[in-house]
Design a protein around this ligand. Structure first.
Ligand code: ATP
Ligand code: MG
Length: 539
């Protein structure tokens, strides 16, 4: 099927090709750029192009491919860096230098590998959809190969090496089971059912784990103005989170930040398995200098890979920094399509797109009957730190936890700058029971007390502004002394020191010490000692 370009508007082109389908992938222009059909009209189709449309001319040829934008799923994804279209950036750089040639497809460059299957089934065995046929070693990661959609008796199973395009097993009726599959990124992957069980996801950040805990399969956003520590917080969580697989999307952020992160990740070990971090990580990069349409696609590429590992029965964490850049890409494309703009120029479907995206998070029973989870954690950069803007609001309606990054805390160099009054987590009560059991039966009680002290400090601060700290009673001044300790030594965590990561046990021990000291000092005040005596001259 061939057609021609009849118009170009920024990242989108109109083509006169008949018979295209919505979301079909097309090859645009003489350079063979990749694009996707985003609108169909009677006489024309509109295509968003994933590469720079600079130099493209009206009349150049366009071809439909009959397939949607897909990602390739299978072993070998870990420890890699992809662009928004899943092109392997390292392999492409090695092959052609730092600039990706337009129209280049990644698969053509990454040489197909040979893999070795350790079979879990023998010829003659029955197999059901989602059952494990065998395992492949992807570095230290054991990658199960599942029978997708196939039910029957196995006729043959590979025992040993196989090529990427070869089947790993064959049913008696001749149907094949492959280790690799292509999946359309816009289509959520299937599972048996969603489960509503919420286990804690430990991030290693005391403020989150203790005050606003995250659940595996949950979602969280952290909006923050310029320089409030969004990127550092995302990266810290990517390093330390207690999950099997991490997928990190650098969405429209600075390229050098991504480079530094990769350097960091290649030398550090994951604190839970002690293995190199990159062995559990996939990075999707769409820095600010890459075309907007690819940025729009990048979060779908990432979430599809994340779902794939969830379907293998793993706990997966998807992080994106920053979702605002994705929303801006959406806005840019929408405006090129001359769609009716909604609030602040964002398309009217921003909210529904967000809801669909958040719905891909969750704990599921997989087709094969295992349990896997996909947790989504997104940073947002509201312009001017204004949380009433459309992207933050659209996310707020869908997310289970909200960590508000506070500009004034960041100015005081209190990091992570999570505001402990404005943030919330809907997982708190579900997760608290687990933490009481896993870490310490006092966990919940300690949290309650900490909250009360911080609340009380807030109201005392107002009084102190009028009468001065000297005007406060000794017990109140002690309280303010303690809460300062809580803020500086407990809630704040310097990402550049060993304190960057705190186990739940360490978190619990640290807050217990602070509160015990507070209680002991309170008892001495009660016996008539003065505050300066109690604090040893530090009052
Ligand atoms: N946990 C932390 N420990 C120590 N310093 C921190 C921490 N978090 C942030 N910072 C400091 O704040 C600076 C800005 O952080 P970061 O780049 O993560 O902010 P951002 O919100 O992503 O900024 P931008 O809006 O520009 O994307 C860092 O360079 C660092 O100096
Ligand atoms: Mg940043």
């Amino acid at each position: 099927m061939n057609g021609r370009i009849i118009g170009i508007s920024g990242p989108t082109v109109s083509v006169d090709l008949k018979g295209l389908r919505l979301y079909e992938r097309v090859v645009v222009g003489r350079a063979g750029l990749m694009g996707e059909v985003v609108r169909l009209e009677q006489e024309r189709a509109v295509v968003q192009v994933y590469e720079s449309t600079r130099g493209l001319g009206v009349g150049e040829p366009v071809t439909g491919t009959g397939t949607q934008l897909t990602v390739r799923l299978g072993p070998g994804l870990l420890n890699q860096m992809f662009d928004g279209l899943q092109r392997p950036l390292e392999a492409m750089r090695a092959a052609q230098g730092p600039f990706i040639r337009p129209g280049e497809t990644g698969a053509a460059i990454a040489a197909p590998r040979r893999w070795r299957l350790a079979p879990a089934k023998n010829p003659g065995d029955a197999v059901r959809p989602g059952e494990t046929v065998g395992c492949v070693e992807d570095g230290p990661f054991r990658h199960p190969i599942l029978a997708t959609g196939a039910e029957g008796r196995l006729g043959a199973v590979v025992d040993g090496d196989f090529d990427e395009d070869e089947p790993v097993a064959m049913l008696e009726d001749g149907r094949r089971i492959h280790a690799f599959e292509e999946w359309p990124v816009r289509l959520p992957r299937p599972y048996r059912r969603k489960l509503s069980r919420f286990e804690p996801l430990i991030t290693g950040q005391r403020c989150i784990d203790f005050l606003f805990p995250l659940a595996r399969g949950g979602s969280a956003i952290f909006p923050g103005g310029f320089g409030t520590g969004k990127t550092l917080l995302e990266q810290s969580i990517a390093k330390f989170a207690d999950v099997d697989i991490v997928i990190y999307v650098g969405c429209g952020e600075r390229g050098n930040e991504m480079a530094e992160m990769l350097d960091d990740f290649s030398v550090l070990a994951d604190p839970w398995s002690k293995r190199p971090l990159m062995n559990r990580t996939i990075v999707v990069v769409n820095t600010s200098n890459m075309p907007v349409a690819a940025r729009e696609a990048s979060i779908y590429t990432a979430v599809t890979m994340a779902e794939y590992y969830r379907d293998l029965g793993y706990n997966v964490l998807l992080l994106a920094d920053s979702l605002s850049r994705w929303a801006e890409a959406l806005r840019e494309i929408s405006s090129a399509l001359e769609e009716m703009p909604g609030e602040e120029g964002y398309p009217t479907y921003l909210g529904s797109r967000m809801a669909e995206f958040f719905a891909r998070a969750g704990v599921v029973e997989t087709i094969g009957g295992q349990v896997g989870s996909l947790t989504v954690l997104l940073s947002i950069s509201p312009p001017g730190g204004d949380f009433t803007e459309p992207v933050t609001q659209a996310c707020l309606r869908n997310t289970g936890a909200f960590f508000m990054l506070d500009t004034s805390l960041a100015h005081r160099r209190h990091f992570p700058a999570i505001n402990w009054f404005q943030s919330f987590s809907l997982y708190e009560s579900d997760v608290a029971a687990h933490l009481d059991r896993l870490v310490s039966p006092e966990w919940g009680a300690l949290r309650q007390r900490t909250r009360e002290l911080l609340q009380r400090e807030e109201s005392l601060r107002e009084v102190a502004e009028i009468v001065g700290t000297e005007g406060l009673q000794d017990t109140d001044r002690l309280l303010m002394h303690t809460t300062e300790g809580i803020r500086r030594r407990f809630l704040a965590q310097n990402a550049y020191t060993d304190d960057a990561f705190s186990t739940p046990e360490q978190t619990c021990a640290r807050i217990r010490r602070l509160l015990e000291t507070h209680d002991a000092a309170g008892a001495r005040l009660g016996k008539g000692e003065s505050l300066s005596e109690v604090l040893g001259g530090r009052a």
